[in-house]
Design a protein around this ligand. Sequence first.
Ligand code: FAD
Length: 247
Amino acid sequence: MNTAVAERPKSLAKLKARQEIAERTMAFHFEKPVNFKFTSGQFVDITLLDPPETDAEGNARSFSIASAPDEDFIMVATRIRDTAFKRVLTTIDLGAEVRIEGPFGDLRLHNDKSRAAVVLTGGIGITPFRSILLHAAKEKLQHRIFLFYANRRPEDAAFLNELQELEKKNPNYKLIACMSEMDRSQQPWSGERGLINQALLEKYLKGVPSPVYYITGPPDMVKAMHAILTGAGVDDDNVRIEEFPGY
Ligand SMILES: Cc1cc2nc3c(=O)[nH]c(=O)nc-3n(C[C@H](O)[C@H](O)[C@H](O)COP(=O)(O)OP(=O)(O)OC[C@H]3O[C@@H](n4cnc5c(N)ncnc54)[C@H](O)[C@@H]3O)c2cc1C
């Protein structure tokens, strides 16, 4: 018997709510299994049980936990695409059960609060940082946190209002959201425009000593952000990466 598989913590959990949180982007709230404990930044595997349809990619996907540890539900968020898994997740009845395995992963805020956290992410890569930022604000963690959050338009930016509001609760946290396609947006925007690049990092990180960098998201995004840091001479020892394959 494969004990590694047998020891994967798993529970059944009911889907409690789902909501659109940005264009083509939905959050799913599941009931929190009894005794489910996790650290902000970790992920779970969600398996659909006996779904009405399936495809070659199967009935399970990994998702970062976007909810904070003190919230009484497990929330994940995803870009909605036309795959069997996502068609089912967006249409099953509330109250339907899924299998949740985990938590897994070692993405988490570093311990040394004298070093700032610099997060480079975009689109759906934001999910683990909603959890990390809510937790940091609640626990009054002393780390400085710079969140560089790239999207095409505010309409596409999941959790944007909440991430803006968090700046009022945590004086150590700064959001630098940047939009690359405001010409296609119906919303006002007074923040940064364009893509995350070295000039933008220099503008906000002047005088910030030896940060720990975090990059999360789809592979193309991770590759682009990593190239910026490499170009700026950042050593990989100071970079933590979580890639969301499948995009
Ligand atoms: C640690 C970890 C954390 C993750 N966290 C998250 C998270 O928080 N949120 C999240 O959304 N995802 C997350 N992912 C990725 C997630 O597990 C899925 O792989 C992803 O959501 C894609 O699932 P899918 O059903 O859309 O595509 P799949 O059915 O898995 O697609 C498989 C393949 O088909 C292609 N494909 C499918 N649909 C399209 C399309 N419309 N256009 C172009 N190509 C397509 C893709 O290129 C992909 O190679 C995470 C993955 C890992 C490993």
